[in-house]
Design a protein around this ligand. Sequence first.
Ligand code: 5GP
Ligand code: ZN
Length: 114
Amino acid sequence: MSDCIFCKIVAKEILGETVYEDDQVLAIKDINPQAPVHLLLITKKHITSLNEVSSEDEGLMGHILMLAQKLAQKFGVAESGYRVVTNIGKEGGQAVPHLHFHVLGGKALGVHID
Ligand code: 5GP
Ligand code: ZN
């Protein structure tokens, strides 16, 4: 989508700090990190949120979770622990309407929801 900030990052029209890339996913550092490790795993295909994922995206969803595991290892938080989150819609706190998974770690994360 032409006006989507994450599509622009995927298209390299806006620079993101890339930590991993393949044909399906771009992983970047979050611009406003909430933890020492805060990565965003962004689907190259524009999907608005988990709500819009369909059965044809099953492989992509498995791929992105396996990548979360690999990047947690690479960034040194696999043993200490980390969190994988995707926010959905308004009350889910989704600010960017393009599917992405946060990988957060490097400190003890709070358990609060709001
Ligand atoms: P959401 O609230 O949609 O789940 O998360 C959006 C995330 O994207 C936020 O953590 C925010 O800091 C991050 N973000 C927004 N714009 C940019 C950007 O231009 N570059 C990077 N690297 N991160 C961004
Ligand atoms: Zn997009």
